[in-house]
Design a protein around this ligand. Structure first.
Ligand code: DC
Length: 216
């Protein structure tokens, strides 16, 4: 399957920036799957859902209608694009993403969106679980320090007051959880092209991806 380009990797590796730009250059759609997990976390917080209670969790998922147009993420018609970018929702989305009911629910949504046509999809389990049959798979990485610095800059630009040390600690905790959970952990496999973006510019990363794309 050559219509799907998967980009997996830890938080702060630059996946969103790269995936969005790559999609634009190639005329592909862009899907940020982390935004879907964040939207579910937002809904759980909003409705005060007890995630231990299977029935209420299934009930909440049946009532949420998430859409993503490449820029805006909406939950039942409400634009939650900036509401899902807080450190609290980052933490909660990582916590709820270990729950198999939630992963199964989002599996179907991600497959449906991807199968509509040429798409760049980024997340943690895209090349391993969501589109294992994709032929263009990338793993984007960067050092803890660099990822912490990027996240910290982003948060500061949005007016956040968090310290660099706390940002690095949050990222470390989240990565540990995302990589060690039982259900679809973040994993680099032999069929993914590994790119360490620590010392690369956005254009250099894009060039590396372009150079290894198989499109025909
Ligand atoms: O990419 P992000 O930081 O916006 O993702 C938020 C959380 O969602 C992340 O910590 C783990 C979860 N996630 C996941 O489990 N699988 C994905 N494909 C994407 C995100």
């Amino acid at each position: 399957m050559k219509d799907i380009i998967t980009i997996d990797g830890p938080s702060g590796a630059g996946k969103s920036t790269i995936a969005r730009l790559l999609a634009k250059r190639l005329g592909y759609k862009y899907l940020d799957t982390g935004a879907l997990y964040r939207a579910v976390a937002w809904k759980i917080k909003q409705d005060n859902i007890n995630t231990e209670d299977k029935e209420s969790l299934i009930g909440a998922l049946s009532k949420i209608n998430i859409t993503f147009d490449g820029e805006k993420i909406m939950a039942n018609g409400t634009d939650i694009t900036s509401d899902i970018r807080t450190p609290e929702i980052s933490e909660l989305s990582s916590k709820v993403s270990v729950i198999p009911i939630i992963r199964d629910y989002l599996f179907t949504i991600q497959r449906e969106i991807g199968l509509r046509g040429k798409t760049v999809i980024e997340g943690r389990d895209i090349g391993t679980v969501i589109f294992p049959e994709a032929e263009n798979k990338f793993f984007l990485d960067a050092s803890f320090e660099e990822r912490g610095r990027r996240r910290h800059k982003e948060l500061k630009e949005k007016g956040g007051e968090v310290s660099l040390k706390d940002t690095i600690n949050d990222i470390t905790a989240r990565d540990n959880r995302d990589s060690t959970r039982q259900s679809a952990p973040l994993k680099k496999t032999g069929d993914m092209v590994y790119i360490d973006s620590s010392n690369l510019t956005v254009e250099e990363v894009i060039a590396k991806i372009m150079a290894s794309l198989r499109t025909s």
